[in-house]
Structure formats: structure tokens, C-alpha cells
Write a new protein. Structure first.
Length: 132
């Protein structure tokens, strides 16, 4: 593999492309932090161009260690998400000022199978309508 221009060699893989709502999304990220630069990883789940979930490692000091290569696993239960196609975006930021070091939009896509005519959007609402 050839290194990218940022020198981070940022990569993401997912365990599969098609899911049921009862499944877990498992994604693995590897990257090489820049020497002498404190950084953190950000992962976003995107549907129809909107970020519907976002998680970063900025405040978890146990994940922001300096090693030649950092390997992280992100696991997400999908039961709260409606069916459809989702994208995963990842980025690395400098910890001190949130400066963007590297970003890969739509590094992976996955599909949650099924169809429910009464539900739209990314998040599955638990409750329903009641006549009063």
C-alpha cells in the first residue's frame, strides 16, 4: 500500500455490507499518527447527506496513545436505525485545536435491509401514534 499525502495511512473496513436491524455493525480503523502531533479519530454515520450519529476518541485518553500504528474497533447496534443505505466518514483531527489532518468521506457504505412505509429518516422511533 502506498501512503496517502497526509502520511496517516488511514483505512477502515466493515464486517459486511448488508445488515438486519438486529445486527451489529463492526468497523475496524487503522492509522499511523503523525510524529509529535496529538490527534484523535472521528467516525460519522451518514444517511441522505446528513450525519445521523458521530463518535470520536478525543476525550478517551486510553485510545489516544502514540504507537507506530493505531488499531481501533467501533461497534454499533443497528436496532435504532431505519432501513436504508448509510455511509461511514472518518477523519483524524489535531487534539489541541481540532484542525483536520485527514478525512475520508464515504470510506464505506452499508445497507440495513427491510422496508416500513410508516417510517422515514435514519432513526427508528420507539413509540407510535395513539388516538386520543
Amino acid at each position: 500500500d502506498e501512503k496517502d499525502e497526509s502520511g496517516t495511512n488511514l483505512k477502515l473496513t466493515i464486517n459486511k455490507k448488508r445488515y438486519k436491524a438486529s445486527d451489529k455493525l463492526v468497523s475496524r480503523v487503522t492509522y499511523e499518527p503523525l510524529m509529535g502531533v496529538d490527534s484523535y479519530l472521528n467516525l460519522s454515520l451518514v444517511k441522505n447527506g446528513f450525519v445521523v450519529a458521530d463518535l470520536n476518541t478525543k476525550y478517551d485518553k486510553s485510545l489516544n496513545v502514540y504507537k507506530k500504528e493505531i488499531r481501533l474497533q467501533f461497534t454499533q447496534l443497528l436496532e435504532k436505525f431505519n432501513p436504508g443505505t448509510y455511509g461511514i466518514y472518518i477523519s483524524i483531527h489535531q487534539t489541541t485545536n481540532d484542525h483536520l489532518i485527514k478525512q475520508i468521506p464515504r470510506v464505506a457504505t452499508f445497507i440495513i435491509e427491510g422496508h416500513d412505509k410508516s417510517r422515514d429518516g435514519a432513526v427508528r422511533l420507539d413509540d407510535g401514534w395513539t388516538l386520543i
